[in-house]
Design a binder for this molecule. Structure first.
Ligand SMILES: NC(=O)c1ccc[n+]([C@@H]2O[C@H](COP(=O)([O-])OP(=O)(O)OC[C@H]3O[C@@H](n4cnc5c(N)ncnc54)[C@H](O)[C@@H]3O)[C@@H](O)[C@H]2O)c1
Ligand SMILES: N[C@@H](CCO)C(=O)O
Ligand code: NA
Length: 442
């Protein structure tokens, strides 16, 4: 730190929550105080850490005297408040209180920002304070700042990526080692990737919150959670993964936000999260473990890919501290700068209007004419077939044979695909529809 920085008044930093991420943020703030202060332009002084109880054994890594259960007093006496408690309340009230007291806020809380982001930015703008949350989407990967700042001179048309580490870890383990869902989930929890309630991860809600944030920043329009079509991975079976592998695909939980035109040429945005088949040579198929990757397509920049650790205490702490140092720099220079803009006014599109490829798995009777009857239904609904693979299951003596069909379609709308599957399922020669998965990257 040079003389000017050393003589600058320290910025008082309050931390709310000392879990996986909060404990790492505290450690780095203390261990790297000199370097961080030098980059910020003023010392960053950690003045307290709000926890639920002082009786919890937290070891000796952090000084005991920093812990307090009085989060409100801590917030009211801070220049920078870092919220890492998660959940909606009391995080929301404490952030609002920090803003009222003129403090800059840094958070990693995607659930809160997907639900209340615009209201919070408005309050922050009115109070002239900064609000940043890079850690909320794709952990350590710088993705919100590039979208908000670096691409602010371009027009984003599509964002597509793997934004949940827990589900990527689970699907990857199931694909690579044949692990059971429950065992892979437990490992992801032990590694600190999962949310406090892992339902948010496996049901796709965490990815949906991130998709809403990505869509809002990319299209300068407020997209809330209710605008996101969401399917998690709890219905993905080991058989689906094995069948995908046999066909040269991998299953990933993708978050997609894309600008579409309707028949009249009017723009709209589809935001969706669902398990998706990707060809094994697609770049996103090579994203393993808890890593995340996000493709951004912009009119002038073309295709950009952001890749890195999407979860875990220490990587996520890096994104939090990046926001803290950057906010501190601006505080030292004066003025919060401009935060989000919501002047795009592009409507949200329902999933029924989206057009994509599908892979449909069918268990059918092995009889003459079955393929022709299925193909007729596809043709009647204008759903064009790209590939069809059939494997015959040899029957035991006296039993009737069955066949497994895997049909990959060209792009079709959700509505026409749904009608096709319904009519095919009703054919007497169909034993069951074993899976319907969307396909990207073909
Ligand atoms: N773990 C990750 O990989 C990761 C990555 C990106 C973003 N995030 C986000 O960061 C935030 C924190 O995640 P985490 O993994 O550290 O969660 P965590 O559950 O490990 O930690 C949260 C901590 O906050 C404490 N807390 C909750 N309510 C409190 C209250 N009222 N007063 C005081 N303390 C309270 C909890 O006791 C817990 O120790 C969440 O919003 C999460 O979505 C986490
Ligand atoms: N639970 C989240 C943490 C990172 O936001 C995940 O698994 O990706
Ligand atoms: Na990030």
């Amino acid at each position: 730190m040079n003389l000017t920085e050393a003589s600058a008044k320290p910025l008082r930093v309050a931390l709310l929550g000392a879990g996986n991420v909060g404990s790492q943020v505290a450690r780095i703030l203390l261990d790297d105080a000199a370097a961080l202060g030098s980059r910020a332009g003023a010392p960053l002084e950690l003045v307290g850490i709000a926890v639920r109880s002082l009786d919890t054994d937290r070891g000796t890594a952090l000084p005991q005297e920093l812990f307090t259960t009085d989060a409100e007093s801590l917030v009211e006496n801070a220049d920078i408040v870092i919220e890492l408690m998660g959940g909606i309340e009391p995080a929301r009230s404490l952030i609002l209180r920090a803003i009222e007291h003129g403090a800059t806020v840094v958070s990693g809380n995607k659930a809160l920002f997907a639900q209340d982001g615009p209201a919070l930015y408005e309050k922050a703008d009115a109070a002239g304070v900064q609000l940043s949350y890079e850690a909320a989407v794709a952990g350590a990967i710088p993705i919100l700042r590039p979208i908000r700042d670096s691409l602010s001179g371009d027009r984003i048309t599509r964002v597509l990526g793997i934004v949940n580490g827990t589900t990527n870890y689970i699907l990857d383990q199931m694909d690579a080692t044949g692990a059971q869902f429950a065992d892979a989930l437990r490992a992801a929890q032990e590694l600190g990737y999962a949310e406090a309630d892992p339902t948010a991860d496996v049901e796709g809600h965490d990815a949906a919150a991130k998709a809403a944030i990505l869509a809002s920043l990319s299209f300068h329009t407020r997209f809330a959670l209710e605008n996101v079509y969401c399917e998690g991975i709890t219905q993905v079976t080991a058989d689906d993964i094995a069948a995908a592998r046999a066909d040269g695909y991998v299953i990933k939980l993708l978050a997609i936000a894309e600008l579409l035109s309707d028949e009249a040429g009017d723009p709209g945005v589809s935001v969706r999260v669902h398990p998706t088949l990707l060809p094994r040579d697609h770049p996103l198929a090579a994203v393993h473990g808890a890593f995340n990757a996000v493709f951004v397509e912009a009119e002038n920049a073309g295709e950009l890919m952001f890749y890195g650790q999407g979860a875990g205490g220490t990587p996520t702490a890096s994104a939090v501290l990046g926001d803290v140092v950057s906010a501190a720099r601006r505080m030292m220079l004066g003025g919060p700068g401009r935060t989000e803009t919501t002047t795009g006014h592009v409507p949200a599109r329902s999933i029924d209007t989206v057009s994509t490829s599908y892979c449909i798995g069918l268990d059918v009777a092995d009889q003459p004419g079955v393929l022709a009857r299925i193909a007729t239904i596809f043709a009647d609904n204008a759903v064009s077939i790209e590939t069809m693979r059939q494997s015959i299951h040899q029957p035991g003596p006296g039993a009737e044979g069955t066949a497994e069909l895997r049909i990959v379609t060209h792009r079709a709308t959700e509505a026409s695909l749904a009608a096709t599957v319904k009519q095919v399922a009703a054919l007497p020669v169909i034993n069951s529809v074993t899976s319907v998965l969307r396909v990207e990257g073909i």
